[in-house]
Write a protein that binds this ligand. Structure first.
Ligand code: ATP
Ligand code: MG
Ligand code: MG
Length: 551
């Protein structure tokens, strides 16, 4: 029998099902539409939708749009795109919390009628003062003992616009001496004369998050309401709202630790600043870890799923190294992508004894480890491009690539031997001259002699010029995210390197946005979705090859 290890949430779900607390599982992802989603949200999406799938239950995407200040419909669209891209199925289960405003209002009235809520005239500052501290109990509001009739009348007046913002609030009547500050008569409704993107000007009172969220879950019959650890102290209030509003069955809140990544920026505030300062090219700049940025960089939903699974689900906070994300995308692409030839820092190589004007179309496997990816034809001729660092005039020890007198294999083609080179007035090499040996054609079974180095190349007259963008981490965490002295961010000045003069083999004819490839010896690359055109290809390096040999 297969041993399956279950995370603590799955163990809780198993118990709930065994005890008959629920008969099926329903989860949700409840973003506030106030920004782009990032890798942390991906964890929540994959966790929640994954549980629904595993337990043959249902997954909901619900926009938590109860706060009219910050919402933006642009974010609604981007969030839908991202959730769908990750493969979380919310077909028939897309909800907006603002559609429940009527029910939330009725819940508040119900609490008033039960003597469990009251209208309070204290200002926000006074409420804070009365609340007490961790070591000191709070004091009752002078308005706490208003009659039910008076509370009903005042709350209705609040709804009808009789009061200004901040003039009155509705508070749950719980316990001002509770050791949990969240239970000290929390505000559950406030007056805010604001336009809402969905409900327009219908409402001038809006529910607070801690009141709205459990009601949203209960209305949708969510069974397991999974959220991050900072809500642990809010759980007693969550349970209070569900119980006092008499929802049955009651949803259950379970908390897990947020995902933090090292050497990346996730905070909305910081990203906004990077965008404003022009350090990055928008929210989807490939150096960021918004889901849109990861997609543009060339990450796949499968790689993010693998990453999230590897991270696991736990109650203890910790951060994960970006290198693990890189590991996942390498693993995912290794067998799935063609291995192409591209030269990122070109110099000319001329084969002196190869006939002028002749071309051979060499047949190559697209991926030697996966024959299912088929074969392609690569042109070979007298003038090629090779990488500048694959030739040295005076090589150090153990350098097995080209230098005067040395022979190497041109990948998929022939052995070539360096006979001479040309330089410009500054001594930079401009052309490497070689001779080739027709006997040594790749696949011909030639065994006469061996060479130690194999280098890649592209045929100069057939190559396509391309722009390649190489990335490093945006911030260096060892130096600290912030500069101690002036509070500025410690931005890595080399986080983006643009190479405009690269050459790729001609087989990228119909490559389109987000397509990705291995460039042999150089890593995995993805067609940039914003800037690439069929005539001027732009590639983002997703990740280098782990084993790439550097001098
Ligand atoms: P941020 O401020 O980074 O956008 P948030 O908590 O304000 O995060 P919400 O839109 O409120 O974002 O969150 C939607 C869901 O995503 C919540 O259930 C939240 O717990 C979860 N979530 C947010 N950040 C992370 C994270 N780093 N790791 C795991 N889950 C997260
Ligand atoms: Mg958010
Ligand atoms: Mg939030």
């Amino acid at each position: 029998e297969e041993v399956v290890s279950k995370n603590f949430i799955e163990q809780e779900i198993d118990k709930d099902l065994a005890e008959g607390r629920y008969t099926e599982v329903c989860t949700r992802f409840p973003p506030e539409p106030n920004g782009y989603l990032h890798i942390g949200h991906a964890k929540s999406i994959l966790l929640n939708s994954g549980l629904a799938k595993k337990y043959h239950g249902t997954f909901h995407l619900r926009f938590d749009d109860t706060n009219p200040t910050k919402e933006d419909t642009e974010y609604v669209e981007s969030i839908k795109t991202d959730v769908e891209w990750l493969g979380a199925d919310f077909k028939d289960h897309l909800y907006f919390a603002s559609d429940y405003f009527d029910q939330m209002y009725e819940c508040a009235v119900k609490l008033i009628k039960k003597g469990k809520a009251y209208v309070c005239d204290l200002s926000a500052d006074e409420i804070r003062e009365y609340r007490g501290t961790l070591t000191e109990p709070g004091k009752n509001s002078p308005y706490r003992d208003r009659s039910i009739e008076e509370n009903l009348k005042l709350f209705e007046e609040m709804k009808n616009g009789a009061y200004k913002d901040g003039e009155k609030v509705l508070r749950a009547k719980i316990d001002m001496a509770s050791p949990n500050i969240n239970m000290r008569d929390p505000v559950i409704y406030r007056v805010a004369h604001m336009h809402h993107h969905n409900t327009g000007d219908k409402w001038c009172i809006y529910p607070m998050y801690d009141f709205a969220h459990p009601i949203e879950d209960a209305i949708e019959k969510i069974t397991h309401s999974i959220c991050t650890l900072e809500f642990e102290d809010h759980r007693p209030l969550y349970d209070w709202v569900v119980r006092e509003c008499e929802f049955d069955p009651a949803p259950r809140q379970i908390e897990f630790a947020k995902l933090y990544l090292t050497n990346v920026v996730t905070g909305k505030r910081y990203i906004k600043k990077l965008v404003q300062d022009g350090v990055v090219d928008g929210w989807d700049d490939p150096r960021l870890v918004s889901i849109a940025a990861l997609r543009r960089r060339g990450f796949t939903p499968e790689s993010l799923k693998m990453f999230v699974d590897l991270c696991g689900v736990s109650k203890s906070q910790g951060s994960v190294d970006y290198a693990m994300l890189e590991y996942c995308i390498r693993e995912d692409l290794k067998m799935k992508r063609s291995r192409m030839m591209a030269v990122l820092d070109p110099i000319k190589l001329v084969i002196d004894n190869y006939p002028e004007g002749e071309v051979e179309w060499l047949e190559a496997e697209n991926n030697l480890e996966n024959p299912e990816l088929g074969k392609r034809k690569i042109p070979f001729c007298k003038e090629l491009y090779i990488e500048r660092d694959d030739f040295m005039i005076e090589p150090p020890k153990k350098y097995f690539r080209l230098f005067p007198g040395n022979e190497v294999r041109l990948m998929q083609a022939y052995f070539v031997k360096c006979v001479s080179y040309e330089t410009d007035e500054n001594g930079n090499v401009t052309v490497v001259h070689c001779t080739y040996d027709p006997e040594t054609k790749s696949g011909s079974g030639f065994t006469g002699r061996k060479v130690k180095g194999t280098i890649h190349w592209v045929a100069a007259p057939y190559a396509k010029q391309a722009e390649v963008r190489l990335y490093e981490n945006l911030i260096d965490e060892e130096k600290g995210v912030y500069n101690e002295e002036d509070g500025s961010m410690n931005i890595n000045p080399n986080s983006l390197e643009v190479r405009k003069n690269c050459f790729v083999e001609p087989n990228f004819g119909d490559a389109k946005a987000y397509d990705s490839f291995q460039f042999v010896r150089n890593g995995y690359f993805c067609i940039d979705a914003k800037d690439s055109t069929p005539d001027a290809l732009v590639f983002n390096r997703i990740v280098s090859l782990k084993s790439s040999f550097r001098l």
